[in-house]
Structure formats: C-alpha cells, structure tokens
Design a protein. Sequence first.
Length: 124
Amino acid sequence: MRNHRILRFSALMAGIAAFAILFAACEQRKINQILAEPSRYMNEEVGIEGNVVRSYSVLGHGAYEVDDGTGKLWVVSDRGVPRTGAKVAVKGRIRDGYDLSSIVKLPGALSSGLVMIESDHRAR
C-alpha cells in the first residue's frame, strides 16, 4: 500500500515537472496582447491558457478556439484537439493569414486569419 502511494506521488510530481518544463521555455501571453500586436509574436514560441469554446476535428487534425477572458484565438493542431469546455495550456507560433479550410470546414468569416500553430497543449 505504501509503495502504491509513493508511485502515485512520483507520477504526480513528474507530471507537474513536465508541465513546468513545457511552458517555461515560452512566454505566457494574454490573447488580447497577441491580437493587438501579432507581428511581435510571429517568430516566437508563445503560450496561452484558457477555455476551449469551439472544437473541430477530423482524423486527428483540427482547430479549436481558446478564450482566456481577454480575447479568443484559433489554434491549429495536428495532434488532436481538446473537447469544448476543456481548460487548456497551449504553446505554439502565431501565423497571420493562415487558411484553415484545408484542415476543417469552418464558416467563411472564420476560415482564415490570425491563428496559433500548436506545438503542444495540455488539457486540464
């Protein structure tokens, strides 16, 4: 029984350490900062946190919209997408003029524009 507790604690600590390492290497930003100055973040890896408000996926590829309370940003993923309502931490690179129609069918107003190309995400 004691070994089981130690194993669970070790797994928890490893998960926390992996999460911290994942997001320590990139700057955390509010979505409104990115929307206000997208060119400032174009060639940098940035991180955002928020809730998934919309999610579309086909065969492990897709897009999801993250709302952090300051704004909303579409995230493009080739690693699967979190479900609507999930709390996520995402890191990736900002792209402007990205065409989402090659990945997923979206309404015309949402099919292109400013997006984050995900390098990793963690759903909680």
